[in-house]
Design a protein around this ligand. Structure first.
Ligand SMILES: Nc1ncnc2c1ncn2[C@@H]1O[C@H](COP(=O)(O)OP(=O)(O)OP(=O)(O)O)[C@@H](O)[C@H]1O
Length: 322
């Protein structure tokens, strides 16, 4: 196993809900509610869950654009939830983010040259020539022609814009990139291309990814370790081998069964199967919340495989599998 690059410890992000005449805080949305995991140098760590489960909030907390309610994010052993520490460690250079929607994350009024050069300008003092050379190298790395520097984001396809987003993220030589659903908005064939070049860049530059997705199918080919998130908490985490071979949590099984089937002949069967899984999920949900409606703490079921279920449930599932 590689060396840990970042450790997330009991991370909580609660958003206040205000209401009434005085606009008082009446409750909190517990978007992230006590999350623990670590990412190793150069690995892809998958963070999976349905919409609203808290994945983006976790990612944004890691890059430092979301205020953390409590917990620690340790980078080189230092808690980077504190802005002063981020500055001291040059953290904003080392940790970058790629977004799902490249159209709104790339400034439409700026040329590609300026978009990619922006993070470089924040951290390095290059001459105009040096900067242009660097931007052209970055475009080359992501497989884009060098004359792209003169163009604007709308002149490119979704897949090409995502390449530009990656070039910008890689510009500062980061150690970790948080990739929030980087391929969800793309056609299947383009998805594969983007995932491939993200992998190539990772190997070339030893970058770690936190790969956020709602789709276990996409992450299967990308990540060495993964965590499944539900309602702000992790319900299962561990190595890819363990989780795909032996998914323990009903929610993980449900996400796995939602991997799209392109087999037209069996469409009706698939639909029936999905309905059955949905029913099972509804019935079984009660088994995995404690009396306060929270998921149980994670327990180790085998080496590098943890699941948030009470012990008797784990035994039951193990017996079912025998
Ligand atoms: N700024 C905010 N203020 C209040 N609630 C928020 C805010 N940002 C997110 N939330 C809520 O926090 C929860 C988690 O949102 P988050 O975007 O992290 O989920 P997600 O798993 O990334 O989903 P998606 O894939 O749809 O973005 C949701 O219930 C969301 O409505």
């Amino acid at each position: 196993m590689g060396k840990e690059i970042i450790q997330i410890k009991d991370l909580k992000v609660h958003y206040p809900i205000r209401s009434g005449f005085w606009n008082r805080i009446t409750d909190y949305v517990k978007a992230v509610d006590g999350v623990n995991f670590s990412i190793n140098e150069g690995e892809t760590y998958g963070l999976i869950g349905e919409s609203g489960s808290g994945k983006s909030t976790t990612g944004k907390s890691i890059v430092g654009v979301e205020k953390v309610t409590s917990g620690e994010i340790l980078y080189k052993g230092v808690d980077v939830t504190k802005p002063a520490n981020r500055k001291k460690l040059n953290y904003n250079k080392d940790v970058q983010m790629i977004f799902q929607d490249s159209m709104s994350s790339l400034n439409p009024r700026k040329r590609i040259e300026d978009i990619i050069a922006e993070p470089i300008r924040n951290f390095e003092n290059l001459t105009t020539d040096e900067e242009r050379k660097r931007v052209q190298e970055l475009l080359d790395i992501v497989g884009m022609p060098s004359d792209a520097i003169y163009k604007y984001p709308h002149e490119f396809s979704g897949g090409q814009r995502q390449r530009i987003g990656v070039a910008r993220a890689v510009a500062t030589n980061p150690k970790l990139i948080v990739a929030d659903e980087p391929t969800s908005a793309l056609d299947l064939s383009v998805q594969a291309q983007v995932l491939n070049f993200m992998k190539n860049i990772q190997q070339q530059y030893n970058i770690a990814y936190l790969f956020i997705s709602h789709d276990l199918g996409v992450v299967k080919h990308m990540s060495e370790n993964l965590a499944i998130m539900h309602r702000g908490r992790l319900v299962e985490l561990g190595s890819r081998e363990e989780i795909y071979k032996n998914p323990m949590h009903i929610y993980t099984r449900r996400l796995l069964s939602a991997i799209p089937q392109v087999d037209v002949e069996h469409r009706a069967e698939n639909k029936k199967h999905r309905q059955a899984v949905e029913k099972e999920f509804q019935e079984d949900q009660a088994r995995w919340y404690d009396k306060d409606g929270r998921v149980f703490p994670l327990r180790e079921v085998s080496r590098n495989h943890f699941v948030a279920l009470p012990e008797e449930e784990i035994h039951k599932i193990e017996r079912e599998g025998e």
